[in-house]
Design a protein around this ligand. Structure first.
Ligand code: 9MR
Length: 352
């Protein structure tokens, strides 16, 4: 076992409750599971993005979710456009339902996300606000959202995807353009003030290995820490595509961020496959998931591994990347794919 975070009595109780060789899906035997018990033994959280619509109406989905996962991230329900489609008229229904569900099943919540270039309401992006006005709106938004879930959302992706894809500076957004680079520190400080106990993260895409983009992220984070801006960790999304596999240098990258004293999390893992997916594709996909998880398990500061949706029934990939799909651990029928077995095996091997 890698970490002694879990008291032996808890491990025994979890094992007795049915992890190990139990097949949780009622189908063919798999490599063990549920993932939740295996992850607990390995000393990490295992999470998934959650589709608010599926959570409200799909009983199979609702049953599978707390059995397999110890952490949830709202896929869209906490984005600004979802929370405040009309100015001053917040709609908490989807986010509340998820936080309540997580509480009832003793799952952690990763709040996602407080400031991003995308999925902002039109009134905000089209409002022609001055710098001072936008700073005020950002602070008020963060105070309201983080304050509402204080003590119930343990971790926040405060800032999402701040770095330009080229790695040359910050990504263009209403925030970087109107407020300037300071928007990041402003957001982190507002989040800390609203819930001093919550862990605060910057979450980035396509910065998993070593390269210009992760170098820029590293420089940003180092600067924030030097300026005593509150920051507890960095999330690496790990969206991957079957044909390309993983980028090189993931562990080295995780380790340099960890060496700054930060937690490192995998926050949005999936492996998109060009459709139709063959049996060989599914096998290779399992290997890529395993490499991702092994990269996390190899780095002590990596304490949470989240997949971006756990079933192909609701994955964002077919709409987000037309022609691709089959990206998750369970198929359309919620049956485990080789990727599920690979993740279970990686957890089980680490927990031994
Ligand atoms: O999975 C989300 C999808 O349903 C939305 O339509 C999309 C809008 O941009 O956002 C997706 O989630 C993104 C996440 O919030 C941030 N990282 C990239 C994810 C995939 O696009």
């Amino acid at each position: 076992m890698r970490r002694a975070l879990v008291p032996a009595a808890v491990v025994v109780a979890v094992l007795a409750a049915g992890c190990g060789t139990t097949d949780s899906h009622g189908g063919a035997p798999n490599a063990g599971g549920p993932l939740r018990g295996l992850a607990q033994r390995a000393g990490i959280a295992i999470g998934t993005a959650v589709d608010a619509g599926a959570l409200s109406r799909d009983d199979g989905y609702r049953a599978e979710l707390p059995r397999e996962f110890s952490s949830v991230t709202p896929e869209n329900a906490m984005k600004w456009a979802a929370l405040e489609p009309e100015r001053g008229k917040p709609d908490w229904a989807g986010a509340d339902a998820l936080v309540d569900f997580a509480g009832a099943h003793r799952m952690r919540v990763r709040g996602h996300t407080l400031v991003w270039y995308s999925q902002n309401p039109d009134w905000l992006t089209g409002g022609n606000f001055s710098r001072a006005e936008l700073v005020g709106l950002l602070r008020a938004h963060i105070a309201a959202v983080v304050g509402r879930y204080r003590g119930r959302v343990g971790t926040w992706d405060v800032v999402n995807e701040p770095i330009a894809d080229s790695g040359s500076g910050l990504r263009d957004s209403i925030w970087s353009q109107v407020i300037g680079p300071d928007y990041i520190a402003t957001a982190l400080r507002a989040a800390r003030a609203a819930d001093p106990q919550a862990k605060l993260f910057i979450n980035e895409t396509a910065a998993d290995g070593i390269g210009p983009k992760s170098d820029a992220l590293y420089a940003l984070v180092k600067g924030l820490l030097a300026g005593h801006v509150p920051l507890d960790g960095v999330g690496f999304q790990m969206h991957a595509e079957l044909a390309h596999g993983l980028v090189p240098g993931v562990r080295r990258n995780f380790r340099r961020f960890a060496a700054l004293g930060l937690e490192v999390n995998v926050t949005e893992a999936d492996v998109a496959v060009k459709l139709p997916a063959t049996a060989a594709d599914r096998g290779r996909q399992g290997e890529i998931y395993r490499e991702m998880l092994d990269d996390c398990l190899a780095v002590r500061a990596c304490r949470s591994f989240t997949v971006w949706g756990f079933t192909d029934r609701y994955s964002w990939i077919p709409t987000g990347e037309p022609g691709f799909g089959a990206a998750t651990l369970l198929d359309d029928n919620l049956d485990p794919k080789p990727a599920y077995d690979a993740v279970a095996r990686a957890l089980r091997d680490d927990a031994r």
